[in-house]
Design a protein around this ligand. Sequence first.
Ligand SMILES: [Fe+2]
Ligand SMILES: [Fe+2]
Length: 390
Amino acid sequence: MRLVIFGGSFNPPHKGHVSAARAVSKELKPDKLIVIPTFLPPHKALESGAPTPEQRLELCRLAFSGLPRLEVSDTEIARGGKSYTADTLRELRERYPDVELWLTVGTDMLRTLDSWYDAAYILRETKIAAVARDRGQMNLLRQKAGELRRTHRASVEIIEAKPFPAASTDIRRNLRNRGGLRLLGERVYAEIVRKRLYGVRVNLQWLRRRGYAMVRPNRVMHVRGCEEEAVRLAVQWGADPDKAAEAAILHDCTKKDPPEEQLRLCEKYGMIPDEVEINAGGRLLHAKTGAGVAAAEFGMDEDVVSAIRWHTTGKPDMTLLEKIIYMADYIEPTRNFPGVEKLRKLAYQDLDRALLLGLEMSRDEIVARGETPHVHTLTAIRWLQESLRA
Ligand SMILES: [Fe+2]
Ligand SMILES: [Fe+2]
């Protein structure tokens, strides 16, 4: 039986790691490939604010899922302390006394391998699969492999993987600048966004793709229009255009869900729907549940979440971003109802007066339909009337 170990900090696990795992699998045809994220790498420090070991473990599970005969192991994380490879090998040797053990290492690791803790044991006990991710490294690898064979009688095999253009450091930097996703698996990126790891700022193209997939096709134009309008209003009134875009993209993300699903989501996110909301079906509740999804599934911050939360009814003491999303939803370019032009113009002259007019129009429309306006709408109207009078 052949068992291949692939250890590393996987901070985060990226497509280069996955292609290395594939190359090793193809070349060595192991019975099992075990990916082992370190608890604490002995030879490099993790940046402060880095994900916890458990979070990296979860990212590894997502990154490597679907690869055959591959297992992600928490051996080093469960052991804690500095993650010495020799200790891990001893553990595995105990568990699998008769297997042929292989250790996967990258170029940098191979270069320093003979200075690792208990290197003699590692090189005696395992065969080394050195993965080259770039052709330029080949000579260096061959040289080092030759040296290890001579000095330690090590068994080293060089495996060529698909070239990969970035290091984890670059990916972490890119994540903070709305990039990085090209080099990560979709599920890994989604998890990084969801938990807001590495100080990620979400890529707006990615968010649009996700957001549009959550609404009915005929609503996509509205969502696009809403983003466009929200960003314009944010620039006009000095709000953060990026937050405006994020809130607009997700503001209707649960709108198509039927009332029973809205109620299920309320329960899931610990929200209590009131009677008016229940009677209005999804028309009002999607603001609450959309806010829940934005926070739980997309890691959105409080400003963005509350802008989504209040986009249907409004409320007293609305923040600038809440006002902007309420108005953008109302006046975005695909809206076409009597009075929209007046509202549009006003929104760029006096945001509060536009908001008041919007709330009043909304109230009147609900009353005309024979329904009850939400108390939040009514108190929002009173709040604006008073503050505009003052
Ligand atoms: Fe909505
Ligand atoms: Fe909307």
